[in-house]
Design a protein around this ligand. Structure first.
Ligand code: FHN
Length: 457
């Protein structure tokens, strides 16, 4: 081999080890029947309620460094509290050893809460990978003492519990030399200046980000959704987004991909801008669209103010707020993805466990009015929300009528009415002129939201 080729070969080898890239293994893809879009989206549209899990080495500092608290989500601590890459590797990643992590326990809490799918961060912006990757050394098997494949364990726990398994994957990567790392932390200061790009980014996309998602889809055979994030950076182009979407569908034809795979997202409102963009559903974040939207969408929210574990953030949403968010979202035709930020031991915060339990008691009794339900054609009532299925309208009552008479939309043609969870007796329906009302008991059946099932023409 002549000198030039030798030097080239060594530099490729050094480069790949330099940024922790291993040679990747090929895996055979199983041939599957390609579903239509409606068939592919069906389980997701029926599910309505999922668990988001933001977990990684950032759970160790929990949003604090040398007494300083990072503003916003604790998962941004590497940026917000200006770690160098070396410091973050040494002070944070190298200490990740969540010995109390129990995937089965996590899945049970999601299931008991009435959640039908789980979305786990496989890699967040810090670049640390929670699975045994053949593509990088910066993963849970080599860069920390834990040395267990978290993605594998959760994938298998989901299979056992008949829970849909999904992965969040960050396009942003503060660790990889061809992503933002060389500009880091200036790049992150440059977040305000979106013209700050890494000229090497196309190589990161082609040789790292894209094969990495291909690895996740082939190593773990039950990945049903890829939930991208970090679409906003100027380095990442709509050409990459469209290429990425078609690549993913070629690897796994029936997987669902959110709209952050491309550049169509309209900020935190999450729905697509005008124009042709890839992605199967919109992703409003920390907000609920004011009115229903006819395309598929999923609102994601934290329970306190942080996606990652942040014990100093005690602004926990109440059970009432969380349950009424679920009802409001479904009444507008959306899905609710509610976040948990597990701690450095691998445990859910007690405040999250308590809320999941209360939500589970409500969905156990009223889930029929959520799962497979759609937006209703009726005006939003003063006292709550409507959801609907064919031949049925569910009245979710937040403000229980003091006079025992619930006024309903006059265009609803009611055949019968009863309280969900109380099949004992039908409720009396009265029509006076064009005012339709249902006589209800003095006391609400559920302080969060009482549901009346209306069989309609
Ligand atoms: O920067 C991320 C943030 O850390 C979190 O992952 C949320 C969840 O969707 N997405 C981005 C902020 O929009």
């Amino acid at each position: 081999m002549n000198k030039i080729v030798q030097v080239f070969a060594i530099s490729v080898l050094l480069f790949s080890f330099g940024c922790g890239q291993k040679t990747k293994k090929n895996t055979d893809d199983k041939a599957v029947v390609k579903l239509s879009d409606d068939e592919r989206m069906e389980w997701w549209r029926d599910a309505r309620f999922g668990m988001f899990i933001h977990w990684g080495a950032y759970a160790i500092p929990g949003g604090e460094r040398n007494g300083e608290v990072c503003k916003g989500g604790a998962e941004w601590i590497m940026d917000k509290l200006d770690y160098t890459i070396e410091d973050y590797e040494k002070e944070v990643t190298a200490k990740f050893n969540p010995v109390k992590f129990d995937a089965d326990a996590w899945v049970k809490m999601a299931k008991d809460a009435g959640m039908k799918y789980i979305v786990l961060t496989s890699k967040h912006h810090d670049g640390f990978c929670l699975w045994d990757s053949e593509i990088t050394h910066y993963d849970v098997m080599e860069a920390c003492p834990f040395k267990r494949d978290i993605v594998k364990e959760l994938s298998e726990a989901c299979k056992k519990a008949d829970m849909r398994f999904c992965l969040y994957h960050s396009i942003v990567d503060w660790h990889h030399p061809q992503a933002q790392a060389p500009l880091y932390p200036n790049y992150n200061a440059g977040q305000k200046d979106q013209t700050v790009v890494n000229p090497e980014f196309p190589k990161y996309y082609e040789n790292y980000l894209k094969p990495m998602v291909g690895e996740l889809l082939t190593k773990y055979d039950n990945v049903d959704v890829i939930w991208f994030d970090g679409d906003w950076i100027a380095d990442y182009t709509t050409e990459m987004g469209k290429d990425f979407y078609s690549y993913i569908r070629s690897v796994k034809p029936n997987v669902i991909v959110n709209n952050r795979v491309d550049k169509g997202r309209n900020g935190m409102e999450g729905m697509d801008k005008e124009g042709e963009f890839a992605g199967d559903f919109g992703t409003p974040e920390q907000e609920i669209p004011a009115t229903g939207i006819d395309s598929d969408w999923e609102a994601c929210m934290t329970m306190n103010g942080s996606w990652g574990y942040k014990p100093s953030d005690e602004h926990w949403k109440s059970n009432t707020v969380l349950i009424r968010h679920l009802v409001d979202i479904v009444s507008k035709g959306g899905n609710f993805l509610l976040n948990i930020g597990p701690d450095a031991q691998g445990l859910f915060p007690q405040q999250s466990i308590d809320r999941l339990k209360a939500i589970g008691e409500w969905t156990k009794e009223n889930g029929e009015a959520v799962y497979g339900a759609k937006a209703s054609p009726f005006e939003r009532p003063e006292w709550g929300r409507y959801t609907s299925k064919s031949g049925v309208v569910y009245a979710h009552v937040f403000d229980w009528p003091k006079d025992g008479k619930l006024i309903l939309d006059s265009s609803i043609k009611i055949k019968s009415a009863r309280l969900l969870g109380d099949s004992s007796s039908e409720l009396k329906v009265n029509t006076v002129g064009n005012v339709i009302s249902v006589e209800v008991p003095k006391k609400a059946s559920n302080s969060y939201a009482s549901v009346i099932k209306l069989i309609v023409e």
